[in-house]
Design a binder for this molecule. Structure first.
Ligand code: IMP
Length: 196
């Protein structure tokens, strides 16, 4: 089945922009779930995979269209993988990037080992009860720094340093971030699956 139109199951406009840019060359029109007043899906699960699937099924149910969801977050080695699936709410239900970053950097005070990775799991369902969702994942390794750098991106980006590029995710133009990021890598893997 040729995929031409997709609902993206996110309320995050920055994520939406990243998906739009990555899917446009394939002729896939991307529609935000906000255009259909899709209510946000609960994310009660302890794995990115289960949360991504719940979001994709929720968007497909409310729109009748194929839906793509990502569940993503940052996992810090020294914090046993936290914030992990709780990345959006690390400092509380208000979902504030500034509060989340302040908490994470406070938690890492005096910690020398700064290794961390972003992870993204994508789930694509053709319809609400699709028994064969297409799943793909991507990881992006780096280190947490104490002083923010850059004004792009979102979330933890100003504190996440790609060691090889010596840039934080917030310092990179969106296309460079897309080429290296967890979401970009997961999407590349998803597209390979789609071509099969
Ligand atoms: P989700 O929308 O429930 O998947 O939550 C993802 C959360 O993980 C975001 O709110 C951010 O805090 C964090 N996150 C995921 N991807 C990125 C990224 O590319 N840059 C910065 N933060 C990210």
């Amino acid at each position: 089945m040729k995929l031409t139109k997709l609902v993206i199951a996110t309320g995050n406009l920055k994520k939406l922009k990243e998906f739009e840019r990555l899917l446009a060359p394939l002729g896939i029109v991307v529609l935000p779930q906000s255009a259909f007043d899709v209510p946000e899906a609960p994310e009660p699960h302890c794995t990115f995979l289960e949360n991504a699937l719940a979001k994709a099924r929720n968007a497909a149910r409310h729109t009748g269209l194929p839906a793509l969801a990502d569940d993503s977050g940052i996992c810090v080695d020294a914090l046993n993988g936290a914030p992990g699936v709780n990345s959006a709410y690390y400092a509380g239900a208000q979902k504030s990037d500034a509060d989340n970053n302040a908490k994470l950097i406070a938690d890492l005070q005096g910690v020398a080992h700064r290794r961390a990775h972003y992870t993204a799991v994508l789930a694509l369902v053709m319809h609400e009860n699709d028994p064969e969702p297409i799943i793909a994942e991507g990881r992006w390794w780096g280190e947490m720094i104490d002083t923010p750098r850059g004004a792009g991106g979102f979330g933890y980006d100003p504190y996440f340093l790609d060691i090889a590029l010596n840039q934080t995710a917030a310092e990179m133009p969106i296309d460079i971030k897309g080429a290296h990021s967890h979401r970009g890598r997961a999407l590349a893997a998803l597209l390979l699956r789609l071509q099969e």
